[in-house]
Design a protein around this ligand. Sequence first.
Ligand SMILES: [Zn+2]
Length: 150
Amino acid sequence: MLKHTELEPRFVKGVPRELEPGVLYVSMEYATVVHGCCCGCGLEVVTQLSPTHWELNFDGEAISLWPSVGNWNLPCRSHYVVRKNKVLEAEPWSQSRVRAAQHREQEARDRYYGQPRTPTPPAPAALPISKPAPARRRSYSFSWFTDLFK
Ligand SMILES: [Zn+2]
């Protein structure tokens, strides 16, 4: 059960250290959205906006985030979709499903940025490039993340 079923978008430059529950902080400057986990645990959830991570939709009133937010790194492991400021609970994922999705995401990022972590032979040109898998993981290892809280 989610404690917060609605989020109030707040456009900010930097994200405050103390997150207000039920608020979705959007930093366009850092292409990042931060909120306290909607399950009620309140732990910080950071979603990075990028072509291979999350995309944000703002219709002038309400915000939608896609794909879903899977907090696999939090003890609660909550999983939900933010659509027009509403928080819709999604089904929990098994560890193997999370790992498989993370693997696909990494491949999608490698394709997009053209920098595979481990060298792989180039794919034949005729091979169709599949759509990047939805990102369902929080990211920690980016410099934008530390910049964000200065
Ligand atoms: Zn939680």
